[in-house]
Design a protein around this ligand. Structure first.
Ligand SMILES: *C/C=C(C)/C=C\C=C(C)\C=C\C1=C(C)CCCC1(C)C
Ligand SMILES: *[C@@H]1O[C@H](CO)[C@@H](O)[C@H](O)[C@H]1NC(C)=O
Ligand SMILES: *[C@@H]1O[C@H](CO)[C@@H](O)[C@H](O)[C@H]1NC(C)=O
Length: 342
């Protein structure tokens, strides 16, 4: 036996020595030294401390500046909201659990933490899909009506929430379940057992197929379309820059999540094999840092957003006197202008 299983936990360590205890009741200091748990606590604290202002600021700037009311920023707002949701609602659970060395909040806390993490992640996944489709549409048809694009993206955002619910809700209703993982201070879905009574195998297959492979395929198809029109002369600079932001954002997001997804898939397809709880925790907490880097990527790459931020930071005074006029006309020509930046 490579693991110790209980009714609501799965610890990747044999109980031959008799030290293994339920992660809902006892500290797990036999899985890793206490300082590792302290490090995780500090890391979570740092993520919460930096993540809230960075995402909140992105959100405020995007809502405040009229010239940022174009489809790509709708998607950014949706992702920033998802990030804030997970930072405010589930990160404190993980931090508090790491502080105590085990999942102190019981099954209710575990469901709560797992649900919001999966939900927010899924919102980002499907937002990126909508963004990729929108980019491909605009790039192949630059004259497309801005109102049509806006309606498309708003429907897409509603769709991203629906898809997210269809991934995050089932484990709460006995199709799979949320369970502590890695060093047992955060919760994810059950990759570890087949549990026929909750149809776990079918859920994990469904999750990977519908909520990872399908979105990735759509994104790859759309981006290959973007490559074809990369040098299209009809496409203005703003649209090309938006394509760049979209591609970088997507690459960044999956760079954070694919290590975790691969370990999960590996564990699921090799039931009962030995794996390191530390590796699981490392990839899952690495994935959590994606909340911080998506707004940062945008700020680094997106000139308009950065300018909006500087104006907001200067309390509304525009420190760019040379393009003062330009920004005025942009704002006054209204958000329905078809030449509005994307
Ligand atoms: C810190 C807590 C974590 C990482 C909780 C669990 C996350 C999942 C079960 C994520 C699953 C996945 C989603 C939502 C989307 C991308 C693919 C995926 C299967 C890794
Ligand atoms: C591990 O073994 C010890 C000693 O046999 C036992 O007291 C404990 O309950 C076991 N742990 C689990 C989680 O079953
Ligand atoms: C334990 O893990 C090893 C290596 O991963 C594997 O070969 C073995 O079959 C596993 N044992 C059980 C009981 O599954």
């Amino acid at each position: 036996m490579n693991a110790t299983e209980g009714s609501n936990f799965y610890i990747p360590m044999s109980n031959a020595t008799g030290v293994v205890r339920s992660p809902h009741e006892y500290p797990q200091y036999y899985l890793a030294e206490p300082w590792v748990f302290s490090l995780i606590t500090i890391y979570m604290f740092f993520l919460i401390l930096i993540g809230i202002p960075v995402n909140l600021f992105t959100l405020c700037v995007t809502v405040q500046h009229k010239n940022l009311r174009t489809p790509i920023y709708y998607i950014l707002v949706n992702m920033a909201m998802a990030d804030l949701l997970v930072i405010v609602v589930s990160f404190p659970f993980a931090m508090h659990a790491a502080m105590h060395g085990y999942f102190v909040h019981g099954m209710v806390g575990c469901n709560f933490e797992g649900f919001f993490t999966v939900h927010a992640t899924q919102i980002s996944v499907w937002s990126l899909v909508v963004l990729a489709v929108e980019r491909a549409m605009v790039s192949s048809q630059p004259s497309m009506d801005i109102r049509f694009r806006r309606r498309f993206v708003i429907k897409g955002i509603a769709f991203s929430w629906l898809m997210a619910f269809s991934c995050s809700l089932p484990p709460l209703f006995e199709w799979s379940r949320y369970i502590p993982e890695g060093l047992q201070c955060s919760c994810g879905v059950d990759f570890y057992t087949l549990k026929p009574d909750i149809f776990n195998e079918s859920y994990i297959n469904y999750m990977f197929a519908v909520h990872l492979v399908v979105p990735l395929t759509i994104i790859i198809l759309c981006f290959s379309r973007l490559l074809c029109v990369f040098n299209n002369e009809e496409l203005d600079k703003i649209e090309r820059d938006a394509n760049c932001v979209a591609v970088t954002l997507t690459l960044g997001f999956f760079m954070y999540w694919l290590p975790y997804a691969s370990i999960g898939w590996h564990i699921f397809t090799n039931q009962g094999s030995a794996f390191s709880p530390f590796a699981m925790t490392l990839t899952s907490f690495f994935a959590k840092s994606s909340v911080l880097f998506s707004p940062l990527i945008c700020v680094c790459l997106d000139k308009q957003l950065r300018r909006g931020m500087i104006i907001t930071l200067c309390l509304g005074k525009n420190p760019f006197p040379d393009d003062m006029g330009a920004s005025k006309t942009e704002a006054s020509s209204g958000s329905s202008s078809s030449v509005a930046p994307a």
